[in-house]
Design a protein around this ligand. Structure first.
Ligand code: TIU
Length: 228
């Protein structure tokens, strides 16, 4: 058991029934020269989340917690990509178009993979998702059910898009979702701020909001905390 200081209130978790879910920390969204930057976005806004994500990931690994990584992307033949999604934006920036790190959001391309700083290790689950939410058209729900998970610690990018959609999906499925605020990021700082406020408003309408220091501190062994 551990208690995480959060808003709207502290939450007690069973580490064995909690999963860390890291959303879409992919090269194309985060790295200079990637797809996100070619769209005109300031990727440094997302890079700020890498350190906090790493801190939470290290703490989760040390605690023996289930770790799940997601990647947004599609089959090379685009058969799982809705035309309504593919046909959005300028043709040179569409899903499947050649990008700076391979075809944009196509599975197996370098840009679609997870950044080296947070790369999955053996035993961690990688979920390839065709939508913004990590539950939609994936086996995430099945994995969580089989592992008897009741609580999700959620971080990654972007706060108001894939993190929010996943938290909303998870909340409706009965999972307690704790968003690790500083381990999330958005190309739009105001969306990040409001996205976090939306989660914890109304008594925690979608879940809880905490930060990486509080989560890592709660997961640290008691003697390590006492030694600080
Ligand atoms: N992972 C995720 O959030 N996918 C997006 O497309 N996000 C944007 O903010 N564009």
């Amino acid at each position: 058991m551990a208690v995480i200081e959060a808003e709207p209130g502290a939450i007690r978790i069973d580490v064995g029934r909690t999963a860390l879910v890291i959303i879409d920390m992919q090269r194309d969204f985060l790295e200079p020269g990637g797809f996100g930057e070619t769209l005109g976005n300031d990727v440094s806004l997302l890079a700020k989340a890498i350190g906090p994500c790493k801190a939470v990931l290290s703490a989760a690994r040390a605690a023996g917690m289930l770790v799940i990584h997601t990647r947004e992307g599609h089959r090379p033949d685009l058969s799982d990509a809705p035309p309504a999604k593919v046909n959005r934006g300028s043709p040179s920036h569409r899903i499947g178009a050649p990008g700076p790190m391979g075809r944009i959001l196509i599975r197996g391309e370098p840009g679609q993979d997870i950044i080296p700083e947070l790369y999955p290790i053996a035993g961690e689950v990688v979920i390839d998702k065709p939508g913004k939410g990590a539950f939609y058209a994936t086996d995430l729900g099945l994995v969580l059910q089989n592992k008897d998970i009741d609580t999700l610690l959620v971080c990654g990018v972007t706060t108001e898009v894939c993190v929010h959609t996943t938290v909303r999906e998870g909340n409706d499925r009965g999972f307690r979702c704790v968003v690790v605020g500083d381990a999330c990021g958005s190309y739009f700082p105001e969306f990040h701020e409001v996205g976090l406020r939306m989660v914890k408003a109304q008594g925690g309408i979608f879940g809880w909001v905490s930060d990486s220091a509080k989560v890592a501190g709660a997961l640290a062994p008691a003697d390590a905390v006492a030694a600080e």
